[in-house]
Design a protein around this ligand. Structure first.
Ligand SMILES: [Zn+2]
Length: 417
């Protein structure tokens, strides 16, 4: 029976470290050391009774950061570790109630923060920190998982830092971020956490998990794993969702379409609009449901005594909801556009490796011939310049340049070379 770490693809070192930490955490609980020590971080070896099992360097600590490129499995790792901490066997067996409820997202002592907008606000963080300080109802740990910790606002980061600096004895914070660069996570938070770096998993490992877990045909799994460049979730979508495949094909048709200035601007518009459409499809449904739910809760259209005051309050809440939804829509658009740019970068990377005759497999096997033709026409230098133009566009959007402006500049650079 696969345990909770089974879906963490191609991350053997990280899994070894997490298993060791889970065992150490279980030993700490058995020894009851937590309740005597001021905090877990100071606990080190659990007690004199368990000298051999727990070594402070490999043992448990109360704050962790999982880093790695998108799709490498940061949140999968954090969730699996949370399950192992709640596992009655202390191993992450995958079968006990602790493992099952954690993996299913219903464990009472595991809180998961998934930002929907561009940032995690201070209000949300304060409430979370407060609840995390309570005694774990299951008798093990209070675990707080923060996905995309790089999206914490400064104030939220400070609220979190305070909790990490003076951790309640049974609370464990698991943060996920692309890297430990100060842009992603503050130096002070970083200094209080143990870092678990994840790698971009090899395509073979991604394909293997698609076959084993999702029942996808091996040839489709191999193609999708390569095309997704190590992004497990994206590989699964490409293998299963015809719409995702269609969008990818449209992106990979861009290099062929760049025949002049006008065509470059057209290609930019098409790319932006496709990202907008994809984002809209992903958020419209939840927007409508949320608004309806809030209106019902507020008793929309009510009259009578107190109604005017209620309406004033309601207007504020609706405005707040709209703000949140707008932020989420912007995020979804940027994510969709970024996926398209990663696909496009893969194409020019293929052209570059072919121009250099590097013995590596192409990212996009289905456009390899086109990339080969590009390699001949542009040579290594021209291919590299184009690859750099795509990467520069990603960086510009990340730095808040208006997406349309960044994409137009990129398309012109791709056309001119
Ligand atoms: Zn278990």
């Amino acid at each position: 029976m696969p345990d909770v770490f089974a879906d963490l693809v191609g991350q053997d070192e990280a899994v070894t470290e997490l298993r060791r930490a889970a065992a150490a955490a279980a030993a700490v609980l058995r020894a009851g050391a937590v309740d005597r020590a001021p905090a877990l971080v100071a606990a080190g070896p659990a007690s004199a009774a368990e000298p051999a099992e727990v070594d402070p360097s490999t043992g448990m600590t109360h704050a962790w950061i999982f880093t790695g490129p998108p799709g490498s499995g940061r949140s999968v790792a954090a969730r699996a570790f949370a399950a192992a901490l709640q596992c009655v066997h202390g191993t992450g067996c995958g079968e006990c109630p602790g493992c099952r409820t954690t993996m299913g997202g219903t464990h009472a002592d595991v809180r998961l923060v998934v930002p929907e907008g561009l940032s995690i606000g201070v209000g949300e963080m304060r409430a979370l920190v407060l609840r995390a300080a309570s005694t774990p109802s299951g008798g093990r740990w209070q675990v707080v998982v923060i996905e995309d910790a790089d999206r914490l606002t400064e104030a939220a980061g400070n609220a979190l830092l305070k909790a990490i600096e003076e951790p309640p004895p049974r609370t464990v914070f698991l943060l996920c971020a692309p890297s430990t660069h100060p842009d992603d996570i503050s130096v002070t938070i970083r200094s209080r956490c143990r870092v678990v770096p994840l790698r971009q998993p090899p395509a073979t490992a991604v394909a293997e998990v698609l076959v084993r877990r999702d029942g996808i045909a091996p040839d489709v799994a191999q193609w999708a794993a390569a095309a997704a460049q190590g992004h497990v979730g994206r590989a699964r979508r490409l293998a299963r969702d015809p719409e995702a495949r269609k969008r990818r094909e449209a992106v990979l048709a861009v290099p062929r379409r760049l025949t002049g200035v006008g065509a470059a601007f057209d290609a930019a518009s098409a790319l932006i609009e496709a990202a907008e459409a994809e984002a809209e499809a992903s958020v419209t449904e939840s927007d409508t449901t949320e608004r309806a739910a809030l209106e019902t809760a507020l008793g929309a259209g009510g009259t009578g005594r107190g109604a005017s005051g209620a309406i004033r309050g309601a207007a504020g809440q609706l405005k707040e909801l709209e703000k949140r939804q707008k932020s989420r829509a912007t995020r979804a658009q940027r994510d969709a556009l970024d996926r398209a740019l990663v696909d496009l970068a893969g194409f020019y990377r293929d052209a570059l490796t072919m121009a250099l005759r590097a013995p590596v497999a192409p990212v996009h096997t289905d456009t390899a011939a086109l990339a080969g033709a590009g390699a001949q026409k542009w040579d290594a230098e021209g291919s590299l310049r184009r690859l750099e133009a795509v990467l520069a566009c990603r960086a510009a959007i990340e730095a808040n340049v208006k997406p349309r402006i960044a994409v137009e500049a990129m398309m012109l650079a791709l056309w001119k070379g």
